[in-house]
Ligand binder design. Structure first.
Ligand code: GLN
Length: 209
């Protein structure tokens, strides 16, 4: 049975059990609980991260969807910016979903504060229109077998340009890039944690050494 801990009141908690990887989910705002739930389903040790000091215990980090301007504000307010940049530079896997992908991007339109800016992608916020234009679409993703993925786009951004070192994993028919990977960094502009499909979480977990 998986051992999980969502308790960040115990800062620096030593929650490594028999070398099982520990995956943190940044829990400042957004749908971090849904990611934790997915990790629980997969039997992965997980932890909600609310303080920069808790990052050191992790083998991988997920930055959830939500509202990127709010998350960016809280990242600054709680002193997360440099620790998150260091985490990305450490080589440990980091996955940004939707607003999380916005936070990871080197270049974003209309983000009023700096994000982490670790991944060489250019992102356009709200690229599909307003909340009412949210949609679900079956998307073929490189590295995901057994058929297309049910991708949920909620006031989603799009990746509109990437550096040559970025691997494009999924593109919509109109050319918008919706999933990409660069070294240890994974970005998806949709929400796998809102589905019952664990394949993208498994892909991310496979990036842990
Ligand atoms: N539109 C949001 C933003 O720009 C992202 C939406 C989401 O994470 N589902 O932050």
């Amino acid at each position: 049975m998986a051992i999980t801990s969502n308790d960040t009141s115990i800062t620096g908690l030593n929650i490594k059990h028999e070398n099982a990887p520990v995956v943190g989910v940044l829990a400042l705002q957004g749908d971090f609980r849904e990611h934790i739930e997915m990790l629980n389903i997969l039997g992965v040790v997980s932890c909600e991260i609310r303080l920069p000091s808790a990052l050191c215990d992790l083998d991988a980090l997920i930055i959830p969807g939500g509202e990127s301007t709010t998350i960016a504000r809280l990242v600054l307010q709680y002193g997360f910016l440099e620790p998150l940049r260091d985490f990305c530079a450490s080589g440990r896997p980091v996955w940004g979903t939707c607003a999380g992908a916005i936070l990871l991007a080197r270049d974003v339109d209309e983000l009023d504060r700096p994000g982490i800016q670790a991944m060489d992608i250019q992102i356009q916020r709200n690229a599909f229109g307003r909340q009412l234009q949210s949609f679900q679409s079956q998307v073929a993703i490189d590295g995901i077998s057994d058929g297309e993925f049910p991708a949920v786009f909620i006031r989603a951004p799009a990746i509109i340009d990437v550096d040559a070192s970025v691997e494009i994993l999924a593109t919509l028919p109109d050319g918008k890039i919706v999933a990409a990977r660069q070294r240890n960094l994974l970005a998806t502009v949709f929400h796998p944690e809102l589905t019952t499909d664990v394949r993208l979480h498994n892909l991310f977990l496979s990036m842990i050494d």
